[in-house]
Design a protein around this ligand. Structure first.
Ligand code: FE2
Length: 268
């Protein structure tokens, strides 16, 4: 039974800065301490993009320093708030494909995890680059990873959801070539679940017959009204990470609101 922990949308900032009054460094440090305490046996902790808020080198360095505290092994992805080049300067050992995209396939006893790079940049041409994209090179790489997996269950992790989420403003900046992505995935027939971030909200459902899960951020969350006009508006709700378990007959997905959890109190 493979166990994954997933943190998405960390939005790390340089020292002294906050986001709507929240401290991304403190929020993530608490989350990592919580994982070390309760899930030190996780096979991977996946950081699913928007690692930083402003893609500046000091923020990546702060993130790297906190990750030094993490007990289970980490796997890094990037999102629309990241810059591939700056990320790779600081995380020089991060896995990339043969074209330099920050994506990798990892095999476990009972599944293959495929981590995609959906950053639609360079050029970092905001707001266009806030949407996600898988170019032909990345789709060809994905095609190979799914073919190699054969009959083994595949879990796909990607920052941008390839399907609609119900949030009008977010749906305008989802993966722009979702049709192409799903056509490829459906052709192979071995993808059991798709995991994404980007929305800063807990969402589950299915698209084209494939289940998906999206997780909250450890920091700021998406306002709940579906028609909030500005995708950058945020609210202060409890920090969260996801727990994914691959079972003999499927996949289990949990979320942990780690800053309000009272597990210790229950045990006392
Ligand atoms: Fe984000």
């Amino acid at each position: 039974m493979t166990k994954f922990i997933i943190f998405t949308d960390l939005h790390m900032v340089p020292e002294g800065l906050t986001i709507i009054g929240l401290d991304p460094y403190r929020r993530l440090a608490n989350g990592i301490a919580h994982v070390n305490r309760h899930h030190a046996d996780a096979h991977r902790v996946i950081f699913a993009g928007d690692l930083t808020h402003g893609a500046d080198r000091p923020s990546y360095e702060r993130l790297k320093a906190i990750l030094g505290e993490l007990v289970p092994p980490a796997a890094m992805m990037i999102g629309n708030h990241d810059r591939r080049e700056v990320f790779l300067q600081v995380f020089s050992g991060a896995a990339t494909d043969e074209n330099g995209f920050v994506q990798q396939a990892i095999d476990f006893a009972d599944c293959r995890a495929v981590l995609l790079d959906t950053l639609f940049a360079p050029p970092y041409d905001y707001p266009v680059s806030h949407a996600g994209h898988l170019c032909q090179k990345r789709l060809a790489w994905l095609d190979r990873q799914l073919a190699e997996a054969g009959a083994r269950p595949v879990l796909i992790f990607m920052h941008h959801p390839p399907h609609v989420t119900g949030f009008t403003s977010i749906d305008m900046i989802r993966l722009i070539n979702g049709q192409e992505f799903y056509a490829l995935v459906k052709r192979h027939g071995n993808v059991r679940h798709i995991f994404a971030g980007h929305v800063h909200r807990t969402i589950s459902g299915s698209s084209r017959g494939i289940p998906f899960s999206i997780f909250k951020s450890p920091v700021h969350q998406q306002p709940m009204p579906f028609d909030t006009p500005d995708a950058s508006l945020s609210v202060d709700e409890p920090a969260a990470y996801g727990i994914i378990l691959v079972t003999d007959d499927g996949v289990l997905v949990h979320t942990e609101d780690y800053e309000i959890a009272r597990r210790d109190a229950a045990l006392a």
